[in-house]
Ligand binder design. Sequence first.
Ligand code: BGC
Ligand code: CA
Length: 402
Amino acid sequence: MRKAFAIAMIALIAMTSVFAQGGAEGTSAVVPNNQKPLVFFNRQPSDPVTGEIDMETMNWNESTYYVGFDAAGGGAVQGQMIVDYLATADPATLDRNGDGIIGYVLCIGDVGHNDSRARTQGIREALGTWAGSTDAGVVQEGSANVGGTQMKVVEIASRAMTGTDGSTWNANAATDAMGNWATQYGDQIDMVVSNNDGMAMGCLQASNYPAGVPIFGYDANADAIEAIGAGQLTGTVSQNVDAQATATLQVLRNLLDGLTGEDVWTKGITEPDQYGNQISATVEYLPETKALLATNTAVTIANWTDYTEGTRDAGISQTEAEPVDVLLTIYNSADNFLSSSYLPALNYYAPLMNINLTIVQGDGQNETSCLDRFTNLGAYDAYAVNMVRTNSGPDYTQRLMY
Ligand code: BGC
Ligand code: CA
């Protein structure tokens, strides 16, 4: 009698724990959610004011990582690209009003985002306008070599580019701002700099955009690359979206294949994985922040054809890996970079690695637009998260607690 009762109790406890994990299907039922891989990408868990990395979130469990790109290095690449352009420009053409000053306007993006901040800093440092802050308007007078002549550089205006709906990196806000700047400052504007391509393309949409004024973006989105070829956009920076999308998936694959220690960030990344796959581009690992970072390259009229749409990494081919289910969030369905560059790359590489992605896309302003669909968590083997706000890490880890 007692024995039968004990067996029944054990059976009951076993059943309850399966239900508590939200479902008995697949392999996921045996692993508690809080032990599953969690990879943040594109928006690094960090303080929106200080930029400090949120290590509490990064240390949520052993299988928590961040995949992005070298943001500071990218800011420097963007700054250098502009300096290189100026060095060969004709001062008489560039300086539209002939006042001996190169005036530029800056589209910032999201003041609370590390990528945005790094670019503002990189540009201002390169042009000498950096005054110790990435805020709009905090600048000093700079200088640059323009075709052999040292000229003054002034940041005439800058704006975060928040949309009327509260979303950040907003291209429509950039169109409006550019229209107003062109009206207000006229031929004082000699150059336009934008922290992403979405906003740069937005500026070009302004009906009064001063024709021929050089304009720089960031991301190497397909439409921006075409615009470089067509002579509308002067330059952009590739943050190597293929390397980032592949690295996000590869780290998940490695963790789900049971790899540990440095195998997690080397297999398929700096050396072939068990399927023979390896990302062709350089992806660096920073142990202090558990971050895998792709490198940046400048894209101009000299090399734009290397970046045309559809160039995928030949180092990744179809594997016979065990199929796994991953829930992935994207902070804003309207973000140009994520929807036109990152998502197509994920959709290309995930099937090759036998990763089934369930994708949830938010509205770019309310974390709940993603969190409300960050549910049924027991049904997934792992999670990939692109947060609306960089300090929302705990909102996601809390849900994985049980
Ligand atoms: C990209 C931006 C994008 C942002 C979204 C950045 O790395 O350059 O274009 O809007 O990520 O988080
Ligand atoms: Ca001028």
